[in-house]
Design a protein around this ligand. Structure first.
Ligand code: SF4
Ligand code: SF4
Length: 375
């Protein structure tokens, strides 16, 4: 991508009006840059992006602006309460409006626009992933409407996770039915700068859920969780939303879900950023895994709120990253060094990033699994 400049004196005001109200709070301490995981593998100064935004968005070069994986680690550390992820997405949306979007993201946005998903999947085949599952369709007699993440619908690795999830939900006695006609929740679209596209996706999904009378939504992806719970309410969405691990943990606690199958494996849990840091859900997946007979659970050196991102958020899932710069590669090396033969997580993006890391490192003996596959 070539360099570009958008010199507009009113840009700080535009950012403030578009969701980046905290831009003025930044006093340039640089804590965000020091926190950012990119600096373990390359030079990336998020503070510089904020500085340039404060003075009017000049001098963005290459794909720098699109490095941020929206992991929220810097937001947690900022002493001034700057909502850095909101700033990044707002600046991206302003730049994207000028047509300067990285090529791979242009293709992703195009697919979401025409197919309702980022994988160029045929919308008519959205339910094919579950054709052999004995899962009911949603109707208003059921408590939860299961919202299929696009990754589960179109990425074969995540479709396997989806099928395991439906089985576990049924075994746990949860009243649910699977929706039909969803579009991408729009999380990555919005974080990558596709604001107007996001608004259309949100309107479509809210209308779908309202139309079938769904009030409780069950999601397998922390990205859907975040979008439904924090972003859709401002756009007319009025739903209770839960991630799968939350309902499973509740069943484990009440004794309604008992695992009896021995799973003799040493596993390590990776905290997805959008489940952990963005939504504070750390205990539930661990509680479910702790109830699995024979499963020995390890932790990464940095875990929970300090966990390192897989690198797949904010549109990064679709962007090229050299192998040695991939966060999932660093984490997989650590997992193996700690003695784990299984990396467990609870996010479709993390599954994809770790599967790619496994392939890149040739670690055939390591299993990448969702919590529901480890039961
Ligand atoms: S940590 Fe906060 S105040 Fe410090 S440079 Fe980053 S955004 Fe600005
Ligand atoms: S959100 Fe994460 S990836 Fe983005 S700048 Fe902050 S620490 Fe870096």
């Amino acid at each position: 991508m070539s360099s570009f400049a958008v010199p507009m004196l009113e840009v700080p005001e535009l950012i403030a009006q578009s969701g980046g109200e905290t831009l003025d709070l930044c006093y340039q301490c640089g804590t965000c840059s020091g926190t950012c995981p990119w600096n373990r593998v390359r030079n990336f100064r998020v503070r510089d992006i904020i500085t340039r935004a404060q003075i009017g968005l000049e001098g963005y070069e290459g794909d720098d602006l699109w490095y941020c994986a929206t992991c929220n680690a810097c937001v947690d550390r900022c002493p001034r309460g700057v909502e850095i992820v909101d700033l990044i997405r707002t600046i991206r949306s302003i730049i994207a409006e000028s047509g300067a979007l990285p090529k791979t993201l242009r293709a992703v946005m195009g697919s979401v626009q025409s197919n309702g998903n980022p994988w160029s999947g045929d919308p008519a085949n959205r339910t094919a992933w579950r054709k052999d599952c004995d899962a009911p369709n949603f109707d208003a007699s059921r408590q939860y409407a299961y919202f299929t993440c696009c990754a589960q619908a179109y990425d074969p690795r995540n479709a396997r996770v989806g099928r395991a999830t439906l089985k576990v939900l049924a075994a746990a006695g949860i009243s649910f039915g699977v929706l039909d006609g969803e579009k991408c929740c729009g999380d990555a679209v919005r974080k990558a700068g596709g604001e107007s596209l996001f608004q259309g996706l949100a309107a479509s999904n809210v209308a779908l859920l309202d139309g079938v009378g769904a009030r409780n939504v069950l999601v397998p992806s922390p990205h859907c969780l975040n979008t439904f719970s924090k972003e859709y309410p401002a756009l007319g969405g009025n739903f209770e939303v839960k991630h799968v691990v939350q309902v499973l943990a509740k069943r484990v606690r009440s004794g309604a879900l008992k695992m009896t199958r021995e799973v003799a494996v040493t596993a390590i849990y990776h905290d997805p950023c959008y489940l952990g840091r963005h939504n504070g859900i750390y205990d539930e997946p661990r509680e479910v895994l702790a109830a699995v007979p024979g499963l020995r659970l390890l932790e990464f050196g940095r875990n929970r709120a300090e966990a390192m991102c897989c690198g797949g958020g904010g549109g990064r899932l679709w962007m090229e990253t050299p192998v040695d710069e991939r966060f999932a590669v660093l984490k997989l090396r650590e997992a193996v060094a700690r003695g784990a033969s299984m990396v467990v997580t609870a996010c479709p993006y993390c599954i994809s990033m770790f599967e790619d890391a496994k392939t890149a490192l040739g670690l055939e003996g390591v299993t990448i699994a969702d919590v529901t596959q480890a039961l």
